[in-house]
Ligand binder design. Sequence first.
Ligand SMILES: C[S@@+](CC[C@H](N)C(=O)[O-])C[C@H]1O[C@@H](n2cnc3c(N)ncnc32)[C@H](O)[C@@H]1O
Length: 223
Amino acid sequence: MTTPKIILTQDGSHTLIDTRTGETYHSIHGAIQESEHVFIRSGLDLFSNSASAIHVFEVGFGSGLNALLTYLWAEKNKIPVQYQSIELYPISFETVTQLNYPQLLKVDKQLFQKMHQHREEEIIVSGYFTLQKHLKSLDEIRFPDNTFFDVVFFDAFSPVVQPGMWSEEIFGKIASAMKSGGVLTTYSTKGDVKRALKASGFTIEKLPGPPGKREILRAIKKR
Ligand SMILES: C[S@@+](CC[C@H](N)C(=O)[O-])C[C@H]1O[C@@H](n2cnc3c(N)ncnc32)[C@H](O)[C@@H]1O
C-alpha cells in the first residue's frame, strides 16, 4: 500500500504525487479533463455503438479515476464493460476516502471505495461494469490465450522514470491480448514509445492533446 500526496489540479479535481518517483498520476492542468480526453473520448468512444460487451485493459489503476469514468460511460451508453487493470502499488484506503472524484462526478462514494478493494477476484460494481485487478507488476502478467481486449488505456508513469514499462516486449504482450482493430491510447508521444508500438504491430496516429499537452497517441492493432 502506498499513501501518495494529494494535490488539486486546475480543473478542480485531485491528483496524486508518487513519493518514489515524484510523478503525478495525472496532468496538473486537470486530472478529470485529461482522463476524459485521452482515454474516454480518444479510446472508448470509438465503441459507443457496440452491440456487445467491451473488454478494457488499463495499465496502472492508481487513483481509480479512469475506472470510475469508464463505469459512468458504461451506464450512460448502456454497454457492458469488463474492465481489467494492473497495479503494483495500490493506494491506501485513507487516500481513497479523500479523493474528490465521487463528489465531482456525482457518484456514490461507496461505489468508488468498492472499486478500491484490495482483491484480484472480479468485483461486480453494477449491471454494466465489472472490475478485475491484477495486483502485480506489468512485466509479470500472463494473459490467458482467449483474452481479447477492445481497448487499452496505457497509463503508466512516464517513460523518463519507468522506461521498462514502455518497451516493445510489453507492448507486444499487450498486442497479443487485443482484438485486431483494438485501440490503445496513451498520453506520451515520445519517439521511443512510437517506435516500440509500431514494432509491436500497431499503426499509430497523433491526436490533439488536452489543455497543457500538444498531442497524444492512439494506436490501432493491425488486422
Ligand atoms: C500514471 S499512474 C496511473 C493513473 C491511473 N490510471 C488513474 O486513473 O489514477 C501509474 C500507475 O502505475 C503503477 N505502477 C508503477 N509501476 C508499476 C508496475 N511495474 N506494474 C504495474 N503498475 C505499476 C503506479 O503505482 C501508478 O498507480
